[in-house]
Design a binder for this molecule. Structure first.
Ligand SMILES: NC(=O)C1=CN([C@@H]2O[C@H](COP(=O)(O)OP(=O)(O)OC[C@H]3O[C@@H](n4cnc5c(N)ncnc54)[C@H](O)[C@@H]3O)[C@@H](O)[C@H]2O)C=CC1
Ligand SMILES: O=C([O-])CC(=O)C(=O)O
Length: 209
């Protein structure tokens, strides 16, 4: 977001350690002014005037966990943040990253419905990684150039709810059905592949960028 030329002000909020992150991010040479906010008492200031709120707050998976296992803790975190959004920047676009996205988006919708601030055109679950993975695995298998590859992905952001569509993918590669099955499964399990490779030290953070 600091590199995005459309961003003029970037407010970073966390329950801990924000000053260090904010100082570091603020040195990126782009026009966005960076401010760090820490702790619930500063949440109002962080949210006031925001046009876009991106929520990556909460627990990541450990190996052996499904995204659903994060529900109990992350549902509460998302509920709290969305209640504050409804109060302090009710017209902002909201991008939900916190897992399980398949559940945190409906939770956000319900929280916004209560004060009447819900707008289905302004609430998004972030599933871009599924597209990134589908494109990468397809490109590698098809042995084509990385530029201009397009693989649509529909559905949700967990296991079999992630539906990469390889038949309309471009450029056309005419892969065998067996290959498409393998690519589909690998895309659906992409997050788990990273969680296991990181062996308890978090989930995907670099491919997201
Ligand atoms: N949708 C997607 O494509 C992806 C989703 N994720 C999800 O994003 C979430 C975060 O993952 P990571 O960044 O790897 O974890 P992390 O542990 O590195 O960062 C989570 C941050 O949330 C903060 N936090 C906890 N409670 C908070 C609250 N009430 N308000 C604000 N901040 C709070 C923590 O202090 C921590 O800094 C997880 O649920 C993970 O599954 C991760 C990668 C991709
Ligand atoms: O798998 C996870 O826990 C994090 C995530 O959503 C992803 O990498 O797609």
């Amino acid at each position: 977001m600091k590199l995005n030329p459309l961003v003029s002000q970037l407010a970073l909020y966390d329950i801990a350690n924000t000053p260090g992150v904010a100082a570091d991010v603020s040195h990126v040479n782009s026009r966005a002014e960076v401010a760090g906010y820490v702790g619930e008492e500063q949440l109002e200031k962080a949210l006031e005037g925001c046009d876009l709120v991106i929520i990556p707050a909460g627990l990541p998976r450990k190996p052996g966990m499904s995204r659903d296992d994060l529900f109990n803790i992350n549902a509460g975190i998302v509920k709290g943040l969305c209640s504050a959004i409804a109060k302090y920047c009710p017209t902002a676009l909201v991008n939900m990253i916190s897992n399980p996205v398949n559940s945190t988006v409906p939770i956000a919708a319900e929280v916004f419905k209560e004060p009447g601030t819900y707008d289905e055109k302004k609430l998004f679950g972030v599933t871009t990684l599924d597209v990134v993975r589908a494109k990468t695995f397809y490109t590698e298998k098809a042995k084509i150039n990385f530029a201009d590859v397009n693989v649509p992905v529909v559905g949700g952001h967990a296991g079999i709810t992630i539906l990469p569509l390889f038949s309309p993918a471009t450029p056309k590669a005419n892969l065998a059905e067996g290959d498409i099955k393998v690519l589909t499964k690998r895309t659906q399990e992409g997050g788990t592949e990273v969680v296991e490779a990181k062996a308890g030290k978090g989930s995907a953070t670099l491919s997201v960028a």
